[in-house]
Design a protein around this ligand. Structure first.
Ligand code: 5GP
Ligand code: ZN
Length: 107
């Protein structure tokens, strides 16, 4: 997708430090973090939103990547949230999963 900011990040056109990457997804720090750890996991391919997702291997990658970051960021036992916005609550129209913690905020 030509004008999609997350496609540009996934392809490396906009340079980012990836917290996790594999054949399906990349993960990077949110530009406007809601907690000290706020990492966004996105499919490499442009999938608009959660209801368009059919490929379960993306979910498997998100699980692996999030579990790694949870351990690296020492979030085990400290409270974190996994969030997907959709249906009008989503701002960037490229599917993404937020990992946010440690958590005191209510979302
Ligand atoms: P949404 O509201 O669509 O679920 O979340 C979009 C998220 O992407 C927001 O948390 C926002 O801060 C983040 N974001 C938007 N543009 C950029 C960007 O260019 N770089 C990074 N790292 N995060 C972005
Ligand atoms: Zn995209």
């Amino acid at each position: 997708m030509e004008n999609c900011i997350f496609c540009k990040i996934a392809s490396g056109q906009i340079p980012k430090k990836f917290r996790y990457q594999d054949e399906n997804i990349v993960a990077f720090d949110d530009i406007n973090p809601q907690a000290s750890t706020h990492v966004v996991f996105i499919p490499r391919d442009h999938i608009e939103n959660f209801e368009m997702l059919t490929d379960d291997s993306i979910l498997a990658s998100v699980r692996r990547g999030m579990q790694e970051v949870v351990k690296e960021k020492k979030l085990v036992g400290r409270g974190y949230k996994v969030l997907v916005n959709g249906g009008g609550a989503q701002v960037v129209e490229h599917l993404h999963f937020h990992l946010i913690g440690p958590i005191g905020l209510k979302i």
